[in-house]
Design a binder for this molecule. Structure first.
Ligand code: DGL
Length: 294
């Protein structure tokens, strides 16, 4: 792969972004899989949620943030830690930045098809993700490879937004109520024949409340998300392009400790509170959240 000059520096950071705090669930997995890599995280919190917006709007925001991470931070790799932005705009970012490695995320239908015993998988995601051509193609490909498996989906309007609000404080009852409603719409959950025994969290916000989701599921229902597969994919991609910082070549100087920058286009308070809650065990001390005017 030929790479543009700005991205051949192995010491450059990885750029990660989401509409808001959801991408922190992917950031956690990236930190675990790539402990030597510097990370710059952008939350487009001034425009969250994306899930009920138009493709044109999501593409414009995704392109602007990708450009910022490439030009202002020299990111050597972009991780779109948002299913909604990946489905609507990953192809545009790739087209606009030939040779720049871009990792997109998709709902974990393939792992779920391997996991299910009843042959019935439930998918929770945003309206935009579920309506996308990307999702239709993924579902068709997985169904054709696993003809015994069927998928039921529910568009979870408002759920990501309620998780953003929960991060700022409150008891989370709005998220729990929405969850109960959407799980109810999915159909029978459990290990009985034909019931849904595997639940795909197809939005990166949802793994942040995994515990609360698990509490509402009957025993025997497994949860799958895409954080770990995405982190592994990012690692493989960096390795194959010679951009992995954790593996210095020749007599290169020892590595400096990895850094983390957190940027928000909207509320710095929300991202700070969310990072404290979901990243603290891995990143001490947490950096201040910077405002990004974009
Ligand atoms: N976290 C995002 C995703 O993975 C989207 C949430 C939203 O902005 O609606 O789809």
């Amino acid at each position: 792969m030929s790479l543009p000059r700005h991205s051949v520096d192995r010491a450059a950071p990885i750029g990660v972004f989401d509409s808001g705090i959801g991408g922190l669930s992917v950031l956690q997995a990236l930190r675990a899989a790539l402990p030597g890599e510097d990370l710059v995280y952008v939350a487009d919190s001034a425009h969250t949620p994306y899930g009920e917006r138009s493709d044109a709007f999501i593409t414009e925001r995704t392109s602007a943030i990708a450009r910022h991470l490439r030009d202002a931070h020299g990111a050597k790799l972009l991780v779109i830690a948002c299913n909604t932005a990946s489905a609507a705009a990953a192809h545009v970012v790739r087209q606009d930045n030939p040779g720049w490695p871009v990792v997109a995320i998709e709902p974990a239908l393939k792992p779920a098809a391997h996991h299910t015993r009843t042959g019935h998988v439930g998918v929770l995601a945003t309206r935009s993700t579920l309506a996308s051509r990307k999702f239709a193609a993924l579902r068709a490909a997985v169904t054709s490879a696993h003809q015994e498996v069927r998928f039921s989906e529910v568009a979870c309007d408002g759920l990501a937004a309620s998780i953003e609000r929960w991060a700022q404080g409150g008891d989370g009852s709005a998220s729990r109520d929405l969850l109960a409603r959407y799980l109810g719409q999915l159909g029978e959950l459990g290990a009985a024949a034909h019931a849904i025994d595997t639940l795909v969290l197809g939005c990166t916000h949802y793994p942040l409340i995994r515990e609360q989701i698990q509490q509402q599921l009957p025993l025997g229902v497994g949860i799958v998300d895409s954080g770990l597969p995405v982190a592994r994919h990012a690692r493989r991609l960096l390795h194959s392009t010679g951009l992995l910082r954790a593996e210095p070549l020749g007599d290169e100087a020892p590595l400096s400790p990895a850094s983390l920058r957190l940027l928000a286009t909207g509320s710095v308070h929300t991202l700070h509170a969310a990072a404290q809650r979901w990243l603290r065990p891995m990143a001490a001390p947490l950096p201040d959240v910077e405002t990004l005017a974009l």
